[in-house]
Design a protein around this ligand. Structure first.
Ligand code: C5P
Length: 222
C-alpha cells in the first residue's frame, strides 16, 4: 500500500515545524521532525563524550538512539533514554552541533530507516532538509519553504523569547547564515528543493497564509 507523505523541506527557522504540526493535526497524520534526530544524535554524543568529528562513533550513537516522541501540549515531547530533552535540543548550540553531525554521510545513513519507519497509516507529514529528495523521494506532495536569513532570525528570536530562552538577534542571523551554508554545501543530502517540489516564499506571508497554500496543494492529492 502506498501511504501518503507530505514532504516539507527548507532552511532553518523558515516555519516548517509550525506548518508541519498544523498539517499533521488537520489531516490526522503522523509527524516526523527529522531535525530532532540530528539534534538528539549531537546531544547523545556530547553526553557520551564522543568527539563531533568521529564519524564512526557518531554513526554508532545515531543507530543506538534511545528516543521517544510523545504529543505534548503544543509541541512534541522528546525523551532521550527516558529524560525529557524537549528544551535542551532546541537551543541554537544544539542546532549548530546537529548541523555538524548531519554533514556526515555515516550519520545520515544510520538515521535513514528510522525516519522511514515514521510512515504509518494513515500517512505522514515529514519536516526536514532532504525529505523530498532522499528520505521520501516518492512523496505525494513536496513543498520547499524559503525566507530570507534576516526574516528567519526575527522569527527564531520571537520563538525563543516566548519559550524564555535567551537570544541575540544579530548572533542568530549570523548563525542561521552559517548553518544554511553548511547545510547547502555538504555533499551528503544537501539542502535543496526536489525537482518536483512546489516552492513557497514565506517572507511576506504569515503562518495562516502559508498553511492555506500548503493545504491547497494537498487538497485533491490526498
Ligand atoms: O530542522 P532543525 O533546525 O531542527 O535541524 C537541525 C539541523 O539538522 C539542521 O541545521 C541540519 O543541519 C540538520 N538536518 C538535516 N537533515 C534533515 C533535518 C535536519 O541535515 N532532514
Amino acid at each position: 500500500m502506498n501511504l501518503p507523505v507530505i514532504a516539507v523541506d527548507g532552511p532553518s527557522g523558515v516555519g516548517k515545524g509550525t506548518l508541519c504540526r498544523r498539517l499533521a493535526q488537520v489531516l490526522g497524520f503522523h509527524l516526523l521532525d527529522s531535525g530532532s534526530l540530528y539534534r538528539l544524535t549531537a546531544l547523545a554524543a556530547e553526553r557520551a563524550g564522543v568527539d563531533l568529528d568521529d564519524a564512526a562513533a557518531l554513526a554508532a550513537v545515531a543507530a543506538a538512539l534511545d528516543v521517544d516522541f510523545a504529543s505534548g501540549h503544543d509541541d512534541l515531547v522528546v525523551r532521550l533514554a527516558g529524560e525529557d530533552v524537549t528544551l535542551a535540543i532546541r537551543s541554537e548550540a544544539a542546532g549548530m552541533a546537529a548541523s555538524h553531525v548531519a554533514a556526515l554521510p555515516a550519520v545520515r545513513a544510520a538515521l535513514l530507516q528510522r525516519q522511514r519507519d515514521f510512515l504509518q497509516p494513515p500517512g505522514l507529514v515529514a519536516d526536514g532538509r532532504d525529505m523530498g529528495t532522499t528520505v521520501f523521494p516518492h512523496a505525494t506532495v513536496k513543498i520547499f519553504l524559503t525566507a530570507s536569513a534576516a526574516e528567519r532570525a526575527r522569527r527564531r528570536y520571537k520563538q525563543l523569547s516566548e519559550k524564555g530562552i535567551d537570544a541575540n538577534l544579530a548572533a542568530l542571523e549570523k548563525e542561521i547564515a552559517e548553518r544554511d551554508e553548511r547545510d547547502a554545501s555538504r555533499s551528503a543530502s544537501p539542502l535543496k528543493a526536489a525537482d518536483d517540489a512546489v516552492g513557497i516564499d514565506t517572507d511576506h506571508l504569515d503562518i495562516t497564509a502559508v498553511f492555506e497554500r500548503a493545504r491547497a496543494l494537498v487538497r485533491g492529492r490526498i
